[in-house]
Design a protein around this ligand. Structure first.
Ligand SMILES: [Zn+2]
Length: 502
């Protein structure tokens, strides 16, 4: 069997379309159709290619050997590209362009996104009760968050559509990413952010990249509502994760991760959950790799939310119906599992402070089809987990730390075995929210929640693993004495501010 021929024949013969995910509708639109939701029923759109949609058992031309050959050919092609100087191959997204709905002539808008490291994290592993743990750090993207992998595809699509102005509503990371890619593409860019609710670093990025920054009264969900109205105007192109091309770019994280693992499928992949585009994208990527024979089984995809902004976790609280892995017959309607938005989401992990996540149906599919879990963790658990990730020399923004906090719970419950292979996906760089880190280590981290009577309640979080700065005299003796005190503190493991390490 000539594997190259298999690839060319199968992939060329499977043109992509945008298709409504609602089973009662299923309307299809061409790739150049400029819309964000189904024009007929308002449902979310999915970019689908016939090839990737077929389930494993009845896959490409019904032959298992062809599936295996296709998978092997793709793995070989992507391995070869690691040494290629082609600018698309230098991007951790466009390297996998066989999975993307763009042809070879496309003018790609890239900042060499992706290419993010996957780290061993022994201290975080020990904290969770795992023998080993890997952290895939999407915060090492060009603008410091996972959003870049989707934005490169969405802004490339904006060029294909010849739009003038790209817009998004954002908790901060999306706006920073869009501002950068719009600048690269020389497109006008407007971003809507909830006033006073995004970190300074993210705001600073958007300003520096030259976007029009519009601070709105209200929260992220309000900004989302307004922007959907705005998108009805033809002169604006909306690139929030409701945009299916964002999901397409972002799904390549699954490919890069598997390639870094030498195509050995981990038992679990754990991600933070906010607007749920990330879980949706990772799930789609994994399911496509499985359908194409690139991997021969699926990891369980688990989503972790902050307790004050956990509508997705609440939806699953009654239990999860397990689907047949990678089936092409997924029931998008699932009457029993409907999301109830939260009106006033509260969490210091601002990147996931979202009460009405847009991509919940797609994320629901990813969790059910892979047999994962959805859970929520407290502000205290997030804060402590974040400090532990820092002690691995890695660090992340608060939202990313839900993964480690969640894993600690899942290991204790037995859903994740101590000896299993686990990858947690970190979504944002530690510098994205420096104030949070400083407040934690100084012992001044305060979270807010709404009391039943509607008043704000303050909760002072414990700085369990605090590492506060010390102000001392500018003398040699003062420095030596201070370091000696610190060594004494840490020597008994019970010392102030030192995590118990394995
Ligand atoms: Zn529809």
């Amino acid at each position: 069997m000539n594997t190259t021929t298999v690839l060319e024949d199968e992939i060329a013969a499977a043109p992509a379309v945008q298709r409504c995910i609602e089973p009662s509708c299923g309307a299809c639109y061409e790739l150049a159709a400029r819309l964000y939701v189904c024009a007929r029923c308002g449902g979310l759109l999915d970019v689908v290619r016939d090839l990737a949609e077929k389930d494993h058992a009845g896959s490409v031309k019904g032959s298992d050997s062809v599936v295996k050959a296709t998978g092997a050919a793709l793995r070989k092609l992507w391995e070869e590209r690691l040494a290629s100087p082609d600018y698309r191959d230098r991007s951790g997204v466009w390297r996998y362009r066989e999975l993307l709905p763009f042809d070879d002539e496309t003018c790609v808008v890239s900042l060499m996104e992706g290419n993010t490291p996957i780290y061993d994290a022994p201290r975080s592993a020990g904290y969770c009760g795992l023998d080993r743990l890997k952290l895939k750090h999407q915060g090492c993207n060009p603008t410091g968050s996972f959003k870049d992998t989707g934005m490169t595809a969405a802004v490339t699509q904006a060029l294909r559509l010849k739009v003038e102005t790209v817009v998004c509503a954002s908790t901060g990371n999306t706006s920073a990413s869009l501002a950068a890619y719009a600048a690269r593409a020389d497109l006008k860019c407007a971003i809507l952010v909830p006033h006073g609710q995004i970190s300074h670093a993210k705001l600073a990025q958007s300003l520096d990249y030259g976007a029009a920054v519009l601070e709105l009264d209200g929260n992220f969900d309000d900004a989302m509502r307004v922007i959907r109205e705005l998108a009805e105007d033809e002169s604006f192109y909306l690139v929030n994760s409701i945009n299916p091309f964002r999901i397409e770019g972002q799904k390549t994280v699954a490919v890069e991760m598997l390639q870094q693992l030498a195509w050995e499928v981990p038992d679990h992949v754990v991600v933070p959950g906010g607007n749920l585009g990330n879980s949706a994208a990772l799930g789609k990527g994994l399911l496509e790799l499985y359908a194409l024979g690139v991997i021969d089984r699926l990891p369980k995809l688990t989503v972790v939310q902050a307790a004050g902004a956990a509508p997705f976790a609440q939806m699953f609280a009654g239990g999860i119906p397990f689907g047949s892995p990678a089936s092409a017959n997924y029931d998008w309607s699932l009457e029993a599992l409907q999301l109830r938005p939260i009106e006033h989401p509260q969490t210091l992990a601002s990147a996931i402070k979202i009460g009405s996540p847009v991509s919940w149906k797609k994320a629901r599919r990813a969790v059910i089809e892979t047999g994962g879990r959805v859970l929520s963790v407290s502000e205290q658990e997030i804060a402590d987990a974040k400090a532990i990730i820092g002690r691995d020399g890695i660090g992340c923004e608060p939202a990313s730390a839900t993964t480690i906090a969640g894993l600690k719970v899942l290991v204790a419950e037995g859903f994740v075995g101590a000896g299993e292979n686990v990858v947690a996906v970190l979504t944002g760089h530690v510098m994205k929210d420096a104030d949070y880190a400083i407040n934690y280590h100084r012992g001044t981290l305060v979270s807010h929640s709404l009391a039943p009577d509607g008043s704000a309640e303050e909760q002072h979080l414990d700085s369990t693993f605090a590492n506060p700065p010390a102000r001392i005299k500018a003398t040699r003796k003062a420095i030596v004495d201070q370091l000696a005190r610190r060594a004494e503190d840490s020597s008994g493991q019970a010392g102030r501010g030192r995590p118990v390490l394995t």
